[in-house]
Design a protein around this ligand. Structure first.
Ligand code: DQA
Length: 150
């Protein structure tokens, strides 16, 4: 199975570090990407790291991942709670998917408690801050190792 992993980020995550730092912290998305690349090197994963405010672009990256990647880490932002189209795209992906949220969505407004993406995710990480991305990649590496050993 491919050791290529897509790390996908949805709307408003380009403002990480600037918007609502009391909820999302002060680290920027560039900091998150740097940390992901460091842990990916340790785990012998290749990563493609993307962010978009456009639903179709995220769907196109999932389609691309379908052809090339072994796994996906996705923080769909608010699309988590609204997008059947992203769920459909993820359902067409064969490998493990980890859903990652910086904040603890269950502690927040009730509209954040439902996730379409959770229906297809192997696991969900929420409330660990930006460290959640590193934990997601660790879990994904384990799942890829397990699949390769079978
Ligand atoms: C988020 C949680 C979502 O509810 C919100 O819309 C986001 C970020 C998180 O990482 O905590 O944009 O996915």
């Amino acid at each position: 199975m491919s050791r290529l992993v897509y790390v996908l980020n949805g709307p408003n995550l380009n403002l990480l570090g600037k918007r609502q730092p009391e909820i999302y912290g002060r680290e920027t998305l560039a900091d998150v990407e740097r940390d992901c690349r460091a842990i990916a090197a340790e785990l012998k994963l290749d990563i493609r790291f993307h962010q978009s405010n456009r639903e179709y672009e995220i769907i196109d990256w999932i389609h691309e991942a379908r052809e090339t990647a072994g796994g996906i880490v996705i923080n769909p932002g608010a699309f988590t709670h609204t997008s059947i189209a992203i769920l459909d795209a993820l359902n067409a992906f064969d490998g493990p998917i980890i859903e990652c949220h910086i904040s603890n969505v269950h502690k927040r407004e009730s509209f954040r408690h439902h996730s379409y993406v959770s229906q297809v995710a192997s696991g969900v990480i929420a409330g660990f801050g930006t460290q959640g991305y590193q934990l997601s990649l660790r879990r994904l590496a384990r799942l890829l190792d397990d699949a390769a050993a079978q």
